[in-house]
Design a protein around this ligand. Structure first.
Ligand code: SAM
Ligand code: SF4
Length: 424
């Protein structure tokens, strides 16, 4: 989502007559987009800003994103060389803020969260020529006890279905074949126009835009995840057979403390829909270890859940205390070394699951979107509909295959990727 925000900001700047350069050295105005989801990301921002100051005297600096929203004007105190601080909910005001900056104002802010508008730009400067991100909903109305997002990205705002479909068609005309729909919680998408589409209807319709061969979506919240999404995937092969459904913990007690609004059983009910689908659906998740009060029994419950679901991959994190969040006040914080230990246990456990799951693909043929070429290994890098990396050889071909869809026979499997040979 942050990467796509950068693409939108670049699009806005280019629309205002600025031109993008390849390195900070060549720039007069340096925009730094930031993340504050975990403490480490935030520490990096201030470290980097200091580095910028040393290395790039005389330039104008702007801080964007979640750290901008969270720290606000305090950034001017901590890093006086910064001239613009702007959170993602205010990006639609960037053209006006830039005018102030150009006029020589050195303390410009865009920090309002009070906006009904979603950030739509006439065009985003997309990095990848084949896969395009497309935001359908901004912000988040949940209040997970550990999470800063509701404070940094503001309340939920959905885009109209007409605007999403129009942008999808435009992307198709521009040669994109894969679209990834984005939002903190895409499942609570609600079309604000009279059409009133829900997420499953929107997904299905994006998957019917001529020329679009793959549609993905992220992120789903289990509480709002509906069976209609799986029905749409069953009906429409353009919709990728991959669902990222963050669970965070396998213990209902911890889920309650996290204010996640579902039990383990309710989560497993959604997994059962996926397992009953006609095409095998790859399932991935996010896990937090070391949430305040997490016991070893709770950790065991998470390990058991990994087995029960059989995830294709996971993102796992140590709980990180975040400003303003309800969990900040909870007693029984887990020591850092213990969190590190638990994270290693979870990752080790999951690794074994992935080895086993990926081995089942050997000898199957998978359609891949070719993402690039790895000179070091001499292999093409492909991505399957299930979002698995499939590196492959295609002998006797010098042509650039990037952006093509090819069938690849899987010959080997590791914990994090597959390898094979093109069959066409
Ligand atoms: N909206 C999505 C959801 O509901 O799952 C994801 C939001 S967040 C950008 C991505 C992941 O970061 C979360 O699923 C969670 O696992 C992790 N995360 C968020 N806050 C965290 C924190 N304070 N400490 C550790 N991990 C965190
Ligand atoms: Fe954060 Fe929860 Fe919203 Fe996801 S649903 S962005 S984890 S508050």
């Amino acid at each position: 989502m942050n990467a796509h925000d950068s693409e939108k900001v670049i699009g806005t700047l280019v629309g205002q007559g600025y031109s993008q350069v390849a390195t900070p050295e060549e720039a007069e105005l340096v925009f730094y987009n930031t993340c504050s989801i975990r403490d480490k990301a935030e520490q990096k921002v201030f470290h980097r800003l200091q580095q910028f100051k040393k290395d790039h005297q005389g330039k104008t600096f702007a801080v964007l994103g979640c750290v901008a929203q969270q720290e606000g004007e305090k950034i001017f105190e901590k890093a006086p060389h910064v001239s613009l601080v702007c959170g993602s909910a205010s990006y639609n005001q960037l053209p006006q803020l830039l005018v102030q900056l150009e006029a020589g104002n050195r303390r410009v802010t865009g920090l309002s969260l009070d906006t009904e508008e979603t950030f739509e730009t006439p065009f985003a400067r997309r990095d990848n020529p084949h896969r395009a991100y497309l935001t359908i909903i901004e912000g988040c109305d949940k209040s997970c006890a550990y999470c800063v997002v509701p404070f940094t990205r503001g309340p939920e705002r959905s885009r109209t279905s007409a605007s999403v479909i129009a942008e999808s068609a435009e992307l198709s005309r521009a040669g994109y074949t894969e679209i990834q729909l984005l939002g903190q919680n895409v499942n609570s998408y609600r079309d604000p126009s009279p059409a009133g589409w829900d997420f499953a209807t929107l997904l299905d319709n994006v998957g019917r835009v001529p020329g679009i061969r793959r549609v993905r979506f992220t992120t789903s919240h289990p509480r709002d995840f509906r069976k209609e999404i799986i029905d749409a995937i069953d009906r429409n092969p353009v919709l990728c057979n991959h669902v990222h459904l963050p669970v965070q913990s396998g213990s209902t007690r911890v889920l309650k403390a996290m204010q996640r609004l579902y039990t383990r059983e309710e989560y497993m009910h959604r997994i059962a829909w996926m397992k009953a689908a006609e095409r095998p659906i790859a399932i991935t998740t996010d896990i937090i270890v070391g949430f305040p009060g997490e016991t070893l029994d709770d950790l065991d419950a998470t390990l058991g859940l990994l087995d029960e679901v059989g995830y294709d991959s996971i993102f796992s994190f140590k709980y990180s205390r975040r400003p303003n969040t309800p969990a900040l006040a909870l007693d029984d914080q887990i020591p850092e070394e213990e969190k590190t230990r638990r994270l290693a246990v979870v990752q080790e456990h999951q690794r074994a699951i992935q080895i086993q799951r990926n081995a089942a693909y050997v000898d199957t043929v998978e359609e891949c979107l070719v993402e690039g070429f790895n000179k070091a290994t001499g292999q093409w890098i492909g991505r399957t509909s299930q979002h698995k990396t499939l590196n492959f050889l295609r002998p006797a071909s010098d042509a650039d295959l990037t952006g093509q869809y090819l069938d690849v026979r899987v010959t080997r499997a590791g914990p994090n990727s597959l390898a094979g040979e093109a069959v066409n």
